[in-house]
Design a protein. Structure first.
Lengths: 180, 995
């Protein structure tokens, strides 16, 4: 367990900022306490100071997880967000996509969102913008990348992909063994 | 042939003609017209919502493993793309083929692509990919690569699709703003009421909330989770009466059959006893959640039946105890009710209630009523007693009391000993079952509810008996001591078998129980010497006896039965019997004494029913017990006595300690003092330690344990500080990174700003009395203000009407007209002052002089009525060359000027000033050539008067001697004067513009 290097921090923040933009600073600079990012087993954990202190009592090889896992660094030193970060992305999300009830299941099985399943989208969403995917009942289901801008979404045919799947809460079941 | 449209054959022919038109085969389609709404789509066979889009290609890389280095990233990507292309090819090919045809068809095919075999294959492979994806940690590909792949793939797809894309916005989707807040929750719940759970992504809480509404509306046919509690309750309630009825029947059968063996006979009897609706529930002993849900609709049925049956059986109150085993359970319920005067009330309730809760409540009431009426049933009743409000009990008491009293009277009057025996046993069982089954099942979830129903009431008789016998053994083995409360109380949980906190509810009642058990234990002990099996055989029949209230000679009978079972010990039995009888006599005496005590206690208590509760609360250690005790009292009179006794005893015990109250009070006074050793940081530690140990005297933490561990504290503090510093530094770093990533100049504005905003530390309150605060004063403002004020003043002044002395007024003579008509020159004279400022001064001067001279000459014959009377009086006015006044006079005369803006006025003023300057100069100049004008003559009236000083010089001026000189000099100066004038005018204009 160690703090992130500057480079790692930058890579991670760039990724997170795709989804929450400048709200990122709210994650770093929280009024309710000190929170920090820790790297452990290639995974980045978002930990409160208190838990960090407690976790310091556990040897590194025995420690499985602490705080909230935001994602992991791949072997190519890129950052991949995990669905566990959804709890922190959803409240701050700048661009959102709501999907219809019929498409929920498909999305939760790891599929992309088609236009036919698109129920609602934030205006001015640009292409390849990170979006958080909600159900029509405003339950955060996951996040993805907008394949089309909002304007393009109007034009494309119903089978076109509008949101590329990145992570969904179905992973809690599908990837139970790897999510920490 | 004429075409007749009314004839069929003619029409046929017509159609045939139409068919001759050639329709190209390509124009034939299977397309169904319709919009793109889901229904019409489904009609066409498109199920787009369930169509699985092309999958992510993550897994393709998985086979590569982590050996791939960074360098191979690009090649990797290429491979990915290739593979993705491969995988998408079927789709594209599939879509291309029809696209060559008609566009309408192709669109259709492209969207409804599921049935084609190619597609299916594609799908399955994708599914394999997804489901084989074992772990995310293994795949080295990150989301960006993945995205690129996807994008590439999409582009490929789009190329193929592009021709097909119609610009229609068929699938409607909302576009919302950033600050969109959906009101889905409101809509959701309301919509849910209408159509049942088509959409299930909401919380279970929501569903429950919704379903409750539904249940209230009595749409409870669709059973689901939310209904569970209610259905549970209702089914539970419904079953309960059935069991009671079973018990009733049991007792009846007991009456008829042999007592000792009735127990075992009863168990097989239950299935036939149970109603058709109930047999399922009773047979299901390992019932589960689903089974419960199945029962839900049945609730309604039975309730309806209940009502019907109630209506029918209300008229037949005669069938009480003699009801057959095959009788309907519901009938039983109402039979039991029909005994009581409450039946009508209950039925009334049953009809009234609409909500299931009400029905449940009414059912409860019913049960309560017959639980009171049939004391032998109380073994099962206690389950519901928690639901009863005590107030309601009190309300019913007037009715119940009579019943109770009669029962009690019967009980007491005949065979007290045996009755006691029964009652106490009943209480004993009651407590067990109450604590174990009733309260727990009420509070816990549905499964206990059913367990309570079937296992507890049908099978458990055996268990209870065994436990009971055990307890009796224990009691007998210990002693006849009244104080031995523990064994039964310990065994109760066993009986209860549901892990209840019976041990904590201890137990005046247990004490009483012991007293009740005393004879039993004696008997048991008597028999213990001979045979243990004898005891069990003895207990079993006794348990059966418990059920019968009306039976009088239970104890002896049961004893006889038990005696019959042990043939070998017949000799001893006679002795035992004698001993027992003696013991009973002794015990009876003791009881009577106790009863007297109780009666005396009750005499007070009966008067104040409301106070009873509080007493019981004091007596009991536990709330649940306190709730139960009053129910005891009301259910059975002898039990009541016992409880009362217990109350008395408990209260006695409680106030036993009141003897040493004084010493306690002393202790109390010191108890709440602040203990110095618990203060401060170290004290906190000590306090925690102390709280760990509890209030054990041996581990009292006094000041000796206070550690002076300042060093450790310091260390800790230092560590904390260093940690915090590190974290702060880290935070700074991360914030810098954030800044760089977001390209925002954070400057830590949020953090610092927020901190300062929160703490309001550095806000300076300006205090004018402090000298340092002079810094905060602004000085330039004063100047501005001053200037502004001055300006305002000026403006006000300008707007203000010049003060005109009231004394001066114009007295217009009537002959004015004539005068002016006659004297034209006088008019000119009047105009003269105004012409003065004009450019043509020379001529004016000349004419002026001429006029004046003429005026002066004519003064003798002409009286100017303007000044005749006044001029002499008011000559003190100083004559000043004041431009403003002059201008104002003009303004005063002309109303137009008053409305004019201040700027204009200012301009005018300035102009006039200039003019005045000029005139002044001229004035000053005028006297200079002649030198005749002395400076003193400043006190003048505005108008010329007789012998005006000003007119005096005109003579000189007019004399003509220096005229040529003056003219030449004047001409020399005019140019310079003109220049000067223009300059000033320009300056003035500039100023105005600047302003």
């Amino acid at each position: 367990m160690r703090p992130l290097t500057e480079e790692e921090t930058r890579v991670m923040f760039e990724k997170i900022a795709k989804y929450i933009g400048e709200n990122l600073q709210l994650l770093v600079d929280r009024p309710d306490g000190t929170y920090c990012f820790r790297l452990h087993n290639d995974r980045v954990y978002y930990v409160s100071e208190m838990i960090l202190k407690l976790a310091a009592n556990i040897s590194g090889d025995k420690l499985v997880s602490l705080g909230t896992c935001f994602g992991k660094f791949t072997k190519t030193h890129k950052f991949r967000l995990h669905v566990t970060a959804l709890d922190y992305l959803a409240p701050y999300a700048k661009y959102k996509v709501w999907i219809k009830p019929g498409a929920e299941q498909s999305f939760l099985y790891g599929n992309h969102v088609l236009k036919s399943g698109l129920g609602r989208i934030t205006e001015n969403t640009s292409q390849y913008q990170g979006v958080v995917v909600y159900s029509m009942a405003d339950v955060p289901l996951g996040f993805g990348v907008a394949a089309k801008s909002t304007q393009d979404c109007r034009k494309v045919d119903p089978m076109a992909i509008v949101v590329f799947h990145q992570a969904d809460i179905g992973e809690y079941v599908r990837h139970e063994e790897t999510l920490t | 042939m004429k075409y007749d449209p009314s004839k069929y054959c003619h029409n046929l022919k017509k159609i045939a003609e139409n068919l001759t038109e050639n329709i190209p085969i390509t124009d034939l389609t299977w397309e169904l017209e319709g919009g793109n709404d889901p229904m019409s789509k489904k009609r066409r066979g498109e199920f787009s919502d369930f169509y699985f889009p092309p999958q992510k290609m993550k897994k393709v890389q998985k086979s590569r493993g982590p050996m791939e280095s960074k360098g191979s990233d690009s090649s990797l990507r290429i491979n990915e793309v290739m593979e993705s292309n491969k995988s998408t090819q079927p789709v594209t090919a599939h879509k291309k083929a029809p696209s060559s045809g008609m566009p309408s068809q192709s669109l259709l095919v492209s969207t409804s692509s599921t049935p084609t075999p190619d597609h299916v294959i594609f799908h399955t492979s994708d599914f394999e990919i997804i489901w084989n994806k074992s772990s995310m940690s293994d795949d080295d590909i990150d989301s960006e690569d993945e995205l690129k792949m996807m994008i590439a793939k999409e582009e490929n797809l789009q190329k193929t699709r592009h021709s097909l894309v119609n610009e229609s916005e068929n699938d409607p989707f909302e576009v919302v703003k950033d600050d969109f807040k959906s009101d889905i929750h409101k809509l959701h719940s309301s919509a849910k009421l209408g159509n049942d759970c088509e959409y299930d992504s909401s919380d279970t809480d929501e569903i429950i909330a919704m379903k409750k509404n539904i249940v209230k509306v009595k749409n409870s046919t669709e059973s689901s989770q939310p209904e569970q509690p209610i259905s549970k309750k209702s089914s539970f309630k419904k079953i309960e009466p059935s069991n009671d009825c079973v018990k009733v029947q049991k007792t009846k059968s007991n009456k008829e059959s042999a007592l000792g063996h009735g127990v075992k006979c009863l168990n097989p009897k239950f299935p036939p006893d149970s109603n058709v609706s109930d047999c399922e529930e009773e047979s299901e002993e390992d019932e589960e959640y689903k089974a419960l849900m199945k029962n839900c609709p049945r609730v309604n049925l039975t309730l309806a039946d209940l009502e019907q049956l109630a209506g029918s059986h209300q008229k037949v109150p005669g069938k009480d105890d003699e009801s057959d085993d095959s009788q309907n359970i519901n009938q039983c319920i109402f039979d039991t009710n029909s005994k009581t005067p409450r039946t009508s009330y209950d039925l009334h309730n049953g009809r009234q209630c609409i909500c299931p809760e009400d029905i449940v409540a009414s059912l409860l009431e019913e049960e309560d009523t017959y639980s009171k009426q049939k004391p032998e049933e109380t073994t099962l009743k206690p389950k519901f007693q928690a639901f009863k409000g005590i107030g309601s009990l009190y309300a019913k008491e007037s009715v119940d009391k009579t019943l109770k009293e009669t029962v009690a009277f019967n009980n007491i009057s005949e065979h007290q000993s045996s009755l006691k025996h029964e009652d106490h046993n009943r209480i004993f069982i009651e407590n067990g079952s109450k604590c174990a089954n009733g309260s727990s099942s009420k509070l816990t979830s549905c499964q206990p509810a059913k367990k309570v129903n079937s296992p507890n009431h049908i099978q458990p008789p055996k268990r209870q008996f065994t436990v009971e016998s055990q307890s009796h053994e224990v009691v007998s083995s210990t002693s006849f001591d009244k104080e031995s409360k523990n064994p039964p109380s310990c065994l109760l949980p066993l009986k209860g078998k549901k892990s209840l906190n019976l041990g904590t509810k201890s137990h005046k009642i247990d004490c009483d129980r012991d007293t009740c058990h005393l004879p039993e234990s004696r008997k048991a002990s008597e028999k213990e010497g001979t045979d243990t099996s004898n005891i069990t055989s003895f207990e079993k029949p006794r348990k059966v006896c418990l059920r019968e209230d009306n039976q009088k000679s239970t104890a002896s009978f049961s004893l006889s039965v038990s005696n019959a079972s042990c043939v070998s010990a017949k000799d001893k039995h006679a002795e035992d019997n004698q001993k027992r009888l003696a013991a009973l006599a002794v015990w009876q005496k003791a009881r009577e004494v106790q009863k007297k005590l109780v009666h005396s206690a009750l005499a007070n208590l009966d008067g104040h029913q409301e106070n009873k509760k509080t007493h019981i609360v004091f007596a009991s250690d536990n709330e649940s017990e306190s709730e139960e005790t009053p129910t005891h009292e009301q259910n059975n009179c002898p039990g009541k006595e016992v409880v009362k006794e217990s109350v008395v005893k408990a209260s006695g015990k409680l106030f036993d300690s009141s003897d040493d109250e004084e010493s306690d009070s002393k202790e109390d006074s010191t108890r709440f003092n602040i203990k110095p050793q618990f203060e401060g940081r170290a004290g906190q530690k000590l306090m925690n330690l102390q709280s760990h140990f509890g209030s054990d005297e041996r581990f009292r933490m006094d000041s000796r344990f206070l550690e002076s561990d300042s060093e450790e504290e310091e260390k800790e503090l230092n560590e904390n500080k260093t940690n915090e510093d590190e974290l702060a530094a880290e935070k700074k770093k991360t914030l810098n990174v954030v800044q760089s990533v977001l390209n925002i100049n954070l400057n830590n504005p949020t953090s610092k700003g927020s901190v300062t905003a929160k703490k309001f530390k550095d806000i300076v309150h300006y205090d004018p009395t402090k000298h340092d605060h002079a810094i905060y004063e602004r000085k330039q403002d004063d100047n501005e203000k001053e200037s502004k004020a001055r300006r305002k003043k000026k403006r006000e002044e300008a707007e203000k009407l010049p003060e005109v002395s009231q004394d001066t007024y114009y007295n217009i003579a009537t002959d004015l007209k004539d005068i002016f008509q006659n004297k034209d020159t006088n008019e000119k004279e009047e105009d003269l002052p105004w012409n003065e400022g004009c450019s043509g001064e020379e001529t004016g001067d000349v004419s002026d002089a001429a006029n004046l001279t003429s005026g002066a000459e004519q003064t003798s014959g002409f009286t100017f009525s303007f000044f005749d009377s006044d001029t002499k009086d008011i000559k003190e006015d100083t004559y000043r060359i004041e431009p403003v006044k002059r201008g104002k006079i003009v303004c005063q005369e002309d109303p137009r000027f008053q409305d004019s803006s201040s700027e204009e006025e200012e301009e005018e003023e300035e102009k006039e000033e200039e003019e005045e300057d000029v005139t002044k100069e001229t004035d000053h100049r005028k006297p200079s050539p002649g030198e005749a004008f002395p400076e003193k003559e400043t006190t003048r009236f505005f108008f010329f008067t007789e012998n005006d000083d000003r007119l005096r010089g005109s003579n000189l001026f007019w004399c003509g001697v220096g005229s040529s000189i003056s003219r030449s000099s004047w001409e020399a100066r005019t140019s310079s004067l003109l220049l000067d004038c223009r300059k000033k005018h320009k300056e003035a204009k500039r100023k105005v513009k600047a302003n």
